[in-house]
Design a protein. Sequence first.
Length: 139
Amino acid sequence: MEERAWSEFAGPNPKCPAFGQRGRPSIRPHGCSSKARNIRCLRCTVCNKSFSERASTPFFRTQLPEDQIVAIAEHVVEGNGMRPTARLCGVSLNTVLRIAVRAGEHAQAFHDQKVRHVRAERVQADEAWAFVGKKRQTL
């Protein structure tokens, strides 16, 4: 396995004094949960809790390869529906829904962490095209 900078990770234990703090030397590698998939287990030296490097990400507790999860997220971001995304990626609809929710929650948490003290006076949504079908000729 390649050597990495583990300070980019933050411990997920809310009871730890170093909770959520990146850039500290308190995170150390602690074995592998899957050598074939290159997933490391990490340990916080402050609270002594172990966690996966995928903790607090959309990849946590998934059996799918990372590239397939990224492909699903890209399809959803591009505006593809959930069912077409499931067909294109070869997964079930429930898998697409679960990954979309996880990715959305992760994006919102990232946004809330990075964007602070910004007051928006005008908000403009991007254009979204939609087709509205009708069953009868006259409405």
